[in-house]
Design a protein around this ligand. Structure first.
Ligand code: ZN
Length: 479
């Protein structure tokens, strides 16, 4: 082709593109619903309209007051209730724990889940990132528009997943990625081939061994562009080490989430000035008082409350039975063995012990936290393979358990919207349906204050003004 012709075609292209840009104004959507719940105040606006322009909320009010410009897309959700998009404060999108057998766990000093987590670390990073992409999509479809992912993602699995979602390559929620989890050498190093241990562990963790190394670990995560720092506190972690982590992280404007379960670790997190305590199982009254004074968040994770593991195991056994149906039918002895094993697992200390402990723990913890005035949010620690449920369905099934443990339904909703947004430091962009915030909305058919299980039946999801899911009859019209 002649040079002049090429220049002419290029020129034409620019003109066309210019016109295209000029002709497409900012996308405007008007969402209407019978009710809109503001978790902060508990007020319900009825009926409600939300005007969205360029991924953000422009106006919220009565439909008679909110005027949409001509050409705006109208999404009428009829008798539905609108809520802010849900936020999980604690998840592991790139981890799919299949529990090890009783016998395997009995062989290892390090207790219950460590073995399973280590098995995950040994898996191909590509496999894990694809799992993460699936879990992210499934979370979003269930109404979770923001996930704080706290470790177990390999070196850069969660930061890359976040970037891929933001670039529109794969669907998923907003992700706050922690990168590698900071741990002391004491916690996860058992049971591995010593010759390979460090090479394997470095895929998943950064070690804290003295204050200098603690700072270095934060910087390594900073280099990967993390959004938050996750530390696992145990009795080996000193206040000085954790304080160094926190100082370094705060210098980079990153919050620090500290996994702390026992009293000693909780005290270390308190003394060093963590931003949030994850789990907090054994927290004392005195420690709750200190948390309130420091304005620290408690991130509740009612993972196994309400026979969750029993349900997972039953589903896993049922799935296996289907998979092996032909073989088991042909072999009576094998079928007997399989049934015995299944019964043994269901009655095991892991399933029963964990569940009984969590049920008892949360019944008292929730009451104590509410009484103490400590700021709280909720996560689920979701990383369990639950046959028959998506990751999102498994995740949202955990939130109503807080209500079963005594939390008023409005507080449950706050824990995964307004409160969670503040814990993440994102209260200026998510967690509420307010002017200037991202248009992250969900809608349910019923009233979630009257029936918290409505959270498990999200039928409309919008993220950044984009409709992800709409099971309501959509009436789009040009106004
Ligand atoms: Zn966790």
């Amino acid at each position: 082709m002649k040079q002049r012709t090429i220049l002419f075609l290029l020129g034409l292209l620019f003109i066309c593109c210019g016109q295209l840009v000029a002709q497409s104004p900012a996308p405007v959507t008007l969402v209407k619903a019978a009710r809109l719940l503001d978790p902060r105040t508990g007020n319900v606006l009825s009926p409600a309209a939300v005007l969205i322009e360029n991924a953000k909320i422009k106006e919220v009010g009565a439909p008679t007051k909110v005027q949409a410009p001509s050409g705006a897309k109208v999404v009428d959700l009829g008798s539905a209730t609108l809520l802010p998009g849900l936020i999980t404060g604690h998840a592991h999108l790139l981890l799919d724990v299949v529990l090890p057998t009783e016998a395997e766990r009995a062989r290892h000093y390090n207790g219950t889940m460590t073995v399973a987590e280590l098995l995950a670390i040994g898996e191909s990073p590509s496999k894990r990132v694809l799992l993460g992409a699936q879990n992210a999509r499934e979370d979003l479809e269930s109404g979770i528009t923001t996930v704080r992912n706290l470790g177990h993602s390999g070196i850069d699995g969660d930061t890359e997943l976040r970037d891929a979602i933001n670039a529109g390559r794969v669907p998923g929620p907003r992700i706050l990625a922690s990168g590698r989890k900071l741990i002391t050498r004491g916690s996860y190093v058992q049971n591995l081939n010593p010759a390979l241990a460090d090479a394997i562990l470095n895929q998943e963790f950064l070690f804290i061994d003295g204050a200098d190394q603690a700072r270095q670990a934060v910087r390594q995560n900073e280099f990967r562009n993390v959004d938050v720092i996750k530390v696992t506190a145990d009795e080996n972690l000193t206040v000085a080490e954790l304080a160094a982590v926190i100082e370094e992280a705060h210098r980079a404007h990153l919050k620090v989430a500290v996994h702390a379960v026992d009293k000693t670790s909780i005290q270390t997190a308190l003394d060093a000035g963590a931003d949030s305590i994850e789990h907090g199982d054994e927290i004392t009254e005195e420690q709750l008082k200190q948390m309130r004074e420091k304005g620290m968040f408690l991130d509740l994770t009612p993972t196994s409350y309400g026979h969750f593991f029993t349900k997972i195991f039953e589903a896993t056994i049922a799935e296996s039975l289907t998979l092996y149906a032909e073989r088991l039918k042909a072999d009576e002895r094998n079928r007997q063995r399989f049934n015995d094993l299944a019964q043994q697992v269901l009655k095991s200390e892991f399933v029963h012990g964990f569940e009984a402990r969590d049920n008892q723990l949360y019944n008292s913890l929730v009451q104590r936290v509410l009484k103490s005035g400590v700021k709280f949010a909720a996560g689920t620690d979701m990383c369990w393979h639950y046959p028959g449920k998506t990751c999102g369905q498994a995740t949202v099934s955990r939130f109503p358990t807080l209500h079963e443990a005594g939390m008023p339904t409005l507080d449950v909703i706050r824990a995964i919207t307004t409160n969670a947004a503040e814990m993440l430091g994102w209260q200026d962009r998510i967690g509420a349906i307010e002017t200037g915030k991202f248009a992250d909305l969900v809608a349910v058919s019923g009233d979630p204050i009257a029936d918290i299980h409505e959270l498990e039946r999200v039928r409309f999801v919008m993220k950044g003004g984009q409709v992800i899911r709409n099971d309501f009859v959509e009436q789009s019209a040009q106004e």
